[in-house]
Design a protein around this ligand. Structure first.
Ligand code: GDP
Length: 602
């Protein structure tokens, strides 16, 4: 290939997502196996961090499908699959306002249906506006399935019993229902009329290979029909994204880059984001995996090339990469006079993700720019405000930030850390300040744990608030149990309704205040409370004289402050039993005579 100005259609970049154990790795292995076994001699299928299914393979695969897809012509040079499945690497395929991935395969275990990471994947794909198809995997596990290895689905389905077909239909129907709940119309691929409006579900078995050819053919068709324009690129300076930063023996720190536009050459000047500041350096070597058959004992795993073209995955060796950040944009700088523009562009892009604001919110830390962005987006989805977002291990400074927030907003005074370490001095300070650190290498675990903790915190707060409120109680002075007439008065009572606790004031049924209940006793035992039906002795301190203000057989009520009544009625109604609520209504009727707004809630 020559690099004088020209245009070409590049391979679409495809990612595989889905819940753990649903078969992502197995599917990628199957696809790679197919690509390697069926390629033409000399075709390179193995790239760095990615594999290509070349056009020649797509043609061979599509051949037996001709009767189902009569119009399928292969116009793209192939499909580029990112080798490592899952959300974390996907996160590093970031590009301002979207993703470098052109399309995704969402793998769903047909036996298990949707699982938490399936939902997470859908949310991410929606946010990044990446179109996807669903591979309903493991159809070979359906009861009675008779496998035909590597056969197209539409052929193998004809060998199944009606009962097995029915089970499969039911499972696909369920997956379509789940997709519908997330805002997508979905259908088995052969019944889809408009692929722009309906998500195609392709039943496959990554293990037996059934349906995999249709999956590849369908994606090829979709890409050619709907995104050919987007795939046009030219021999301009390369644009890419840093997928991973890796130490390589003999090479030092290298970056694995996915190039989605243009050409990258040896000695090109390029810019990426670094941990402390943007890194500007020159390509020392471009490395591609050495084909298996060419491996020699004394040669490394990589072979050098002079230039690479989009779309590709390539390892870049260059000076000063120690600071490199995965998930960072990668731009070739066409000429040095434009360096400032590029510095500005990269800095701006990075500061959208790494920031500190002076408002209350959580502290988030992540290992790469991509995972930081994914975590930020999860925060946005869950409506959790963020005070500080940064890459790197959790430091003492992060704990200080969180502890400041903790004082005014305890629920946000925390650190959410994805795939990073808690430095020892930070751990010590966090323990001392009581700052919680939520750590995991799965984003939804972090969010789940944090949500659980917030819920407990709120419950504790509610409990505290409720326990500070005077509860409704209705009591009767028992005849023959006047132990002391005043100062304090001590009488035997029966609780008729509600809960009586020491420390609350009591009143007569006409609203006259009598004083505070100091102690509740059952013979020698001091009680914390007395409930409906209990007979106990209570002491009342106040201007009360038994015989003058109250007498045997009188009914008394707790005198509930007006603000407490409002709290009961508006915030904590569910914390009152029916019995307490009925007593509360009686108390309101009594109090209203003196204060018409008592118990009034707008
Ligand atoms: P990942 O976590 O999504 O990458 O899942 P894996 O590819 O590691 O698969 C998880 C397990 O499911 C492994 O034991 C696979 O052998 C098995 N598996 C994957 N695909 C299929 C399939 O189509 N049929 C059956 N029966 N097992 C499968």
């Amino acid at each position: 290939m020559s690099s004088t100005s020209r245009e070409w259609i590049r391979q679409p970049i495809i990612v595989v997502m889905g819940h753990v154990d649903h078969g992502k790795t197995t599917l990628l292995d199957k696809i790679r196996g197919t690509a390697v076994a069926r390629k033409e001699p000399g075709e390179i299928t193995q790239h760095v961090g990615a594999s290509i299914v070349p056009a020649s393979v797509l043609k061979k695969i599509a051949e037996p499908l001709r009767k189902y897809f009569p119009k399928l012509q292969i116009e793209i040079p192939g499909l580029l699959f990112i080798d490592t499945p899952g959300h974390e690497l996907f996160a590093n395929l970031r590009k301002r306002g979207g993703s470098v991935a052109d399309m995704a395969i969402l793998v769903v275990d047909v036996m298990e249906g949707f699982q938490p990471q399936t939902v997470e994947a859908i949310n991410i794909l929606k946010e990044k506006k990446v179109p996807f198809v669903v591979a309903a995997n493991k159809i070979d596990r359906i009861e009675g399935w008779k496998p035909t290895p590597d056969a197209p689905f539409l052929e193998t389905i004809r060998n199944q019993s009606q009962r097995t077909i029915n089970i499969l239909e039911e499972k696909i129907y369920r997956i379509a229902g789940e997709l519908y709940n997330h805002g997508f119309e979905a259908e088995r691929f052969d019944r889809v009329r408009d692929f722009r409006r309906t998500v195609a579900i392709i039943p496959i078995s990554a293990k037996t290979g059934e349906g995999v050819s249709e999956l590849l053919a369908l994606m090829t068709g979709l890409v050619q029909q709907f995104m050919k324009k987007k795939l046009v690129t030219s021999s301009e300076p390369a644009k890419g994204v840093v997928l991973e930063v890796k130490e390589e023996p003999g090479l030092g720190t290298t970056i694995d880059v996915i190039i989605y536009e243009g050409v990258l050459k040896k000695n090109d000047l390029f810019i990426i984001a670094g941990k402390s500041k943007p890194v500007v350096t020159r390509v020392r070597a471009l490395l591609m995996p050495r084909p298996l058959q060419d491996m020699r004992m004394h040669e490394g795993r990589f072979t050098q090339v002079e230039e690479v073209y989009a779309a590709t995955g390539v390892k870049v060796s260059a000076p000063d990469l120690d600071d490199a950040l995965a998930g960072s944009p990668f731009y070739v700088i066409p000429d040095e006079t434009r360096l400032q523009d590029y510095l500005k562009m990269v800095s701006e892009e990075v500061s959208e993700l790494r920031f500190k604001v002076e408002s209350d919110g959580v502290v988030i830390k992540a290992d790469t720019l991509g995972s930081l962005e994914a975590l930020l987006e999860a925060m946005r989805r869950e409506k959790i405000p963020v005070r500080l977002a940064d890459v790197g291990n959790v430091s003492r400074n992060d704990v200080i930030e969180a502890s400041v927030v903790k004082k005014s907003k305890p629920e946000y005074g925390v650190i959410l850390a994805f795939n990073v370490k808690l430095l020892p001095e930070a751990e010590e300070l966090a323990a001392r300040e009581g700052v919680k650190v939520f750590q995991s290498n799965i984003i939804y675990h972090i969010i789940e744990e944090y949500a659980k903790w917030v819920k407990e915190l709120r419950e504790k707060e509610v409990e505290k608030e409720v326990s500070s409120l005077v509860r409704p109680a209705k009591i009767r002075i028992l005849p023959g149990f006047i132990f002391r007439r005043s100062d304090p008065a001590i009488v035997g009572i029966e609780v008729l309704g509600g809960v009586l606790r020491p420390g609350c004031n009591v009143m007569r049924s006409d609203g006259m205040e009598l004083g505070m209940v100091v102690q509740i006793r059952d013979r020698d035992n001091v009680l914390k409370e007395a409930r409906a039906g209990q007979q106990v002795a209570i002491s009342i301190k106040g201007r009360i004289m038994v015989g003058r203000h109250v007498d045997e057989g009188d009914i008394l009520y707790t005198s509930i402050p007006k603000e407490h009544v409002t709290m009961w009625l508006t915030k904590h109604r569910d914390k009152l039993s029916t019995d307490e609520y009925l007593v509360l209504k009686e108390i309101i009727e009594i109090k209203k005579k003196q204060d018409p707004f008592y118990g009034f809630t707008a």
